[in-house]
Ligand binder design. Structure first.
Ligand SMILES: Cc1ncc(C[n+]2csc(CCOP(=O)(O)OP(=O)(O)O)c2C)c(N)n1
Ligand SMILES: [Mg+2]
Length: 438
C-alpha cells in the first residue's frame, strides 16, 4: 500500500499495517498512485481481493478473416504493445513470431515481451517498418500518437490492420481494422496458433521485405554507433547510453522518463524480459519515474528476485518527483537513478552562457523557457538523505560510478551525468507529431 497520511486517515495506514499489509509512505499522493498502478502491472495483482477476471477469446469467424488477411501480406508486421505484456502473452507470441517467421516491433512498454535482441525484432528500422508494411497485426497496442494514429505519412494509406484488443472501445479508433479480434491477447494468439499449426503457414525468410528491413537496420546501427563512439567530454546522449547498456544486467527493470533521455534511451537500452520496462507511456507524463522505481524495488524486495531497478531520468523529469529520493533512502531501496543532465528540457545552455544571460537582464525575460540551472547538483540531493551521489562528467567516471552503484544493495544511488547541453537526437526521417513553429 502506498500513500501519505494526515488526520483523519493515519488510522487507515495503521489498520493496513495491523492486518499485515506493508505500508510505503510516499512524499506526494501522485507518486503514491503511480507506484500502486505499477505494482499491479508488474505483479498482475490489480485488485488483490477479487478473483481474476474471465478470459475471453475472439470469434472464430474473425480469426479466419484475420488469417486470410495475414497470409495475403507481402510486408507483414506485428506490433507488440503493453497489452501483450499485461496479458502475459510472451510464450504464445514467441511461438507465433518464430513459428511463422514474422518481423515484430514493440511499443515503448511492449519492449521485452520478446527480447529486443531477437533476430525478428525490427525496432532499429521502426519508421521504415511502419511506413511500408501492408498488414499490421496490432497486439494490445493503441493506434494513438505513439503509433502516429496508423495514418499517412507514417503508414501506407492502404495498410490493413488486424486489431487484437481486450477493450471494445479501442476497436476502429483512428482507422477501421480489416479484422477485429476482441478478447485476451494471450488467448487470441493461441487461437491463431491453432489454425497456423494445422496448415504450417510460414512467412518466407527470403523476401524483399526482410532485405529492406535488414538493410535499414544495419544503416541505422552504423549511424548510432558513430555517435556512441565519439569519446568526447562533455558526453552526448549516445555515448552515455552506450556505456550504460554495456553494464546493465540483462534482467534489470528499466524505468525511464524525459524527452530525449527517454526516446534515445529506449532505442539503446535493451529489454530482455517482459514487464521489465516502465516509462512515461501513452500520455508522456513526466513525474512517474520515481514512483514506478519505488514500486519495482518493493516488488523486487518482496519477491526476492535479485533484480536491479535502474531509473533513467532527464533532469527536468527528475524534478517532478525528486523528493521521493528520501522515500528510497528511508526504506533503503537500492534503486540506481541515472540523471542525464543537459541543463534543460530537450536542451539547455552551459554555465558560462547562463552567467552571461544573467548579466543581460532579468532571467525571467531573457532565459529560454527550456533552460534549467546549469550543472545542478542532483547528486547532492541523494547525499543529503544518506544515499550515494556521484557527479559524472567522463566515460570513465560513468562506468566506475555505475559499477559501484550496481554492487551496492544497501542504499539507493544517483549518478548526475553532465552531458553536452546541446546534444540532440540523430537526424530523424520525420518531424515529431506537431512541427514546432519556432
Ligand atoms: C506532467 C508533464 N508536464 C510537462 C510535460 C512537458 N514535457 C515533455 S518532456 C519534458 C521534460 C524533458 O526534459 P528532460 O526530462 O530533462 O529530458 P531531455 O529531453 O532534456 O533529455 C517536459 C517538461 C510533460 N510531458 N508532462
Ligand atoms: Mg534535460
Amino acid at each position: 500500500m502506498f500513500g501519505i497520511v494526515g488526520v483523519p486517515v493515519i488510522e487507515v495506514a495503521m489498520a493496513a499495517q495491523a492486518s499485515g499489509i506493508k505500508y510505503v509512505g510516499m512524499r506526494n499522493e501522485q507518486a503514491a498512485c503511480y507506484a500502486a498502478s505499477a505494482v499491479g502491472y508488474l505483479t498482475g495483482r490489480e485488485v488483490p481481493c477479487c478473483p481474476p477476471p474471465p478470459v475471453s477469446m475472439a470469434d472464430h469467424m474473425a480469426i479466419t478473416e484475420a488469417l486470410a488477411v495475414l497470409k495475403g501480406a507481402k510486408r507483414p508486421l506485428l506490433i507488440i504493445g503493453k497489452g501483450a505484456a499485461h496479458g502475459r502473452a510472451e510464450g504464445a507470441l514467441r511461438e507465433l513470431v518464430e513459428g511463422c517467421g514474422l518481423p515484430f516491433l514493440p511499443t515503448p512498454m511492449g519492449k521485452g515481451v520478446l527480447p529486443d535482441d531477437h533476430p525478428n525484432c525490427v525496432a532499429a528500422a521502426r519508421s521504415r517498418a511502419l511506413l511500408q508494411s501492408d498488414v499490421v497485426v496490432l497486439l494490445g497496442a493503441r493506434l494513438n500518437w505513439i503509433l502516429h494514429f496508423g495514418l499517412p505519412p507514417r503508414f501506407d494509406p492502404h495498410v490493413k490492420v488486424i486489431q487484437v484488443d481486450l477493450c471494445a472501445e479501442e476497436m476502429g479508433n483512428n482507422m477501421q481494422p480489416a479484422a477485429a479480434l476482441l478478447g485476451d491477447v494471450n488467448a487470441i494468439v493461441k487461437q491463431l496458433l491453432e489454425y497456423v499449426h494445422k496448415d504450417g503457414w510460414k512467412y518466407p525468410a527470403d523476401t524483399e521485405w526482410w532485405t529492406t528491413l535488414k538493410e535499414k537496420m544495419a544503416a541505422n546501427a552504423t549511424m548510432t554507433k558513430a555517435l556512441a563512439l565519439q569519446s568526447t567530454t562533455p558526453m552526448n546522449y549516445y555515448q552515455v547510453f552506450h556505456h550504460i547498456s554495456q553494464l546493465l544486467p540483462h534482467d534489470c527493470v528499466i524505468v525511464s522518463e524525459g524527452a530525449n533521455t527517454m526516446d534515445i534511451g529506449r532505442t539503446m537500452l535493451n529489454n530482455y524480459l517482459p514487464r521489465h520496462r516502465l516509462d512515461a507511456g501513452t500520455f508522456g507524463t513526466m513525474g512517474v519515474g520515481l514512483g514506478f522505481a519505488i514500486a519495482a524495488a518493493t516488488v523486487q524486495r518482496n519477491q526476492n528476485t535479485g533484480q536491479r531497478v535502474v531509473c533513467v531520468e532527464g533532469d527536468s523529469a527528475f524534478g517532478f518527483s525528486g523528493m521521493e529520493v528520501e522515500t528510497m533512502c528511508r526504506y533503503k531501496l537500492p534503486v540506481v537513478i541515472i540523471v542525464v543532465n543537459n541543463n534543460g528540457i530537450y536542451s539547455g545552455v552551459d554555465a558560462e552562457t547562463w552567467e552571461m544571460m544573467g548579466k543581460m537582464g532579468d532571467l525571467t525575460t531573457v532565459a529560454p523557457p527550456v533552460t534549467l540551472l546549469p550543472e545542478a547538483r542532483y547528486d547532492e540531493v541523494m547525499n543529503a538523505f544518506g544515499g550515494r551521489g556521484f557527479l559524472v562528467r567522463t566515460e570513465e567516471e560513468l562506468r566506475s560510478a555505475l559499477q559501484l552503484s550496481l554492487s551496492d544493495w544497501e542504499r539507493p544511488s544517483l549518478l548526475n551525468v553532465l552531458i553536452d547541453p546541446s546534444s540532440d537526437r540523430k537526424q530523424q526521417e520525420f518531424p515529431w507529431l506537431t512541427r514546432s513553429n519556432l
